[in-house]
Design a protein around this ligand. Structure first.
Ligand SMILES: [Zn+2]
Length: 503
């Protein structure tokens, strides 16, 4: 048995001003064949699992290039074509040496490039042309992606993370690997079906009603022998894709009708819980006010998360509105330990590195990339700590933050970083010498990935909508390519179709 593995992964916010080129992949992950680290990244858990299984089950694994760029705007055309052609050449050579039995791609699924609305579909189609119809092609996906017709047709097996935060990324990689291997061995015959929910929403699984939906998917996979995999593609509302929207995938052993039935059944459940999954989100001033009130009586930190200035959604993550409000509302008569992590500003980081640890310097930082994210701050700051290559953890994945610094001014500590990264785990503070458990208020940037890590140390979590960095309201977002017949853009896209809402 011969299996090839490779991948190009990122999440494209087509409204973001941050263009993505090869250097951005190199800053996050760009692993030539056999150079991928031993630990998985968010989208490459399948590769790490394949290495283990190839060794223990004695099959041949051929590694191609795997790469990941932190979410941003459109991928430059040259960048996508270079990475794609690198992988196509590797597949061609591998298949020529001796025929491949399987191909596994480590994808994200929300990539858009200049001139390519469906880059992953294009990659899959090209690979299919090289290896032919008999080779099993599987891919792992992030649910914040676009399920296009092309990739659905070209792949045999597509599995997405079920959890948001994506704490099950390793399990999902293992699942794709297992299904591909069992198919090659003739143990199963996967039949994949899709159901279009005709809607777009945000679905944290850390709270109801989505928690129950994910538990139902897991229970069905465990109990129904024929069901090989269930995945919900949440969709990604910041990607102006012709295939934008929430879609349900079911894979069944040898029975396409049953797969269709389950895709529809679970898709219908999602339609019925639309609009109910996000927590209450406060505007900046009331959110910060609430944080100070809660902090006076809390034993543990109060966390304010900047929900939409989240680099994980492709924006810069350099907004200063919450920091500005913290400075304005900070009590004069009481010492509070406040830490902000992180604000992206590579130029300010460079100035701090040049000045050195312990220097007190004038510094302009933050809010340089996009409108509606506050103003750059001009402060006299103490350069408290420098780190040449800081990382935070997300499960077994080490997420790079790049060269980072802690600056302190007016009794607030702020981490500035140079590789954009949302907040995943409180250790982003520890790595920079700040003990988050000793802080009264922690201000972070993340929509929901922070939750699993921060809820362990926080007494209160406050969701804050600061400024307008991200197209988070599909009703007002000006889409050019996305379908218009989606809820909530229209009230009832299910009219005169089979999938009517139940309420
Ligand atoms: Zn995601």
């Amino acid at each position: 048995m011969r299996i090839f593995v490779a991948g190009i992964a990122t999440e494209t916010n087509s409204f973001s001003p941050i263009f993505i080129g090869v250097d951005d992949f190199k800053a996050s992950l760009y692993a030539k064949p056999n150079q991928h680290p031993d630990t998985p990244t968010l989208c490459t858990a399948a590769l790490v699992d394949l290495r283990k299984r190839a060794k223990s089950e004695n099959f041949t694994l051929i590694e191609g290039t795997t790469c990941w760029a932190d979410p941003g705007g459109l991928i430059a055309k040259d960048c996508f074509e270079q990475l794609r052609d690198e992988i196509l050449l590797q597949v061609t050579q591998a298949h020529k040496t001796a025929p491949l039995d399987g191909v596994i791609l480590c994808l994200h699924g929300a990539m858009m490039a200049q001139g390519y609305d469906d880059p992953e579909g294009n990659l899959l189609q090209n690979i299919r042309e090289i290896v032919g119809d008999d080779v099993i092609i599987g891919a792992s996906l992030d649910p914040h992606s676009h399920l296009t017709d092309l990739r659905f047709e070209q792949a045999d097996i597509l599995c997405a993370f079920k959890e948001f935060p994506h704490t099950d990324f390793v399990k999902t990689g293992e699942k794709v690997v297992d299904l591909v291997i069992r198919t090659i061995r003739g143990e199963i015959k996967p039949q994949m079906a899709m159901f279009d929910c005709k809607m777009i929403d945000v679905f944290p699984s850390s709270r109801q009603p989505m928690r129950q939906f994910v538990d139902d998917m897991l229970a069905t996979e465990a109990q129904e022998e024929e069901i090989l995999s269930l995945s919900l593609i949440h969709g990604f509302m910041a990607g102006d894709s012709p295939w934008l929207g929430t879609k349900m995938i079911a894979i069944c052993d040898g029975n396409r009708d049953k797969a269709q039935e389950f895709a529809q059944q679970f898709g219908q459940k999602i339609i019925n819980i639309r609009g109910q999954s996000m927590p209450q989100i406060l505007q900046t001033d009331p959110a910060v006010k609430q944080a100070f009130v809660k902090a006076t009586t809390s034993q543990k930190p109060v966390v304010i998360t900047d929900v939409w200035d989240n680099p994980g959604g492709g924006v810069a993550g350099d907004g200063t509105l919450i920091l500005q409000a913290l400075l304005e509302q900070k009590p004069q008569n009481k010492v509070m330990r406040i830490a902000v992590g992180t604000i992206w500003d590579p130029m300010a980081v460079k100035h701090c590195f040049t000045a050195g640890e312990g220097a007190v310097i004038p510094l302009r930082f933050g809010a340089k990339s996009a409108p509606n994210t506050g103003d750059p701050m001009d402060k006299i700051v103490l350069v408290k700590k420098l780190h040449k290559a800081a990382t935070q953890s997300f499960g077994s994945y080490q997420v790079p933050m790049g060269a980072s610094v802690v600056i302190e001014f007016e009794s607030i500590e702020v981490i500035l970083n140079s590789t954009r990264a949302q907040a995943f785990e409180p250790d982003l503070f520890n790595v920079m010498g700040i003990d988050p458990s000793q802080c009264d208020i922690l201000a972070i940037k993340s929509t929901n990935h922070f939750y699993a890590g921060f809820e362990k140390i926080a007494e209160h979590i406050i969701y804050c909508e600061a400024g307008n960095p991200y197209p988070n309201d599909p009703k007002t977002t000006v889409y050019q390519k996305a379908p218009k017949n989606l809820w909530p853009i229209i009230d009832n896209p299910w009219h005169a179709t089979q999938n009517k809402p139940n309420n």
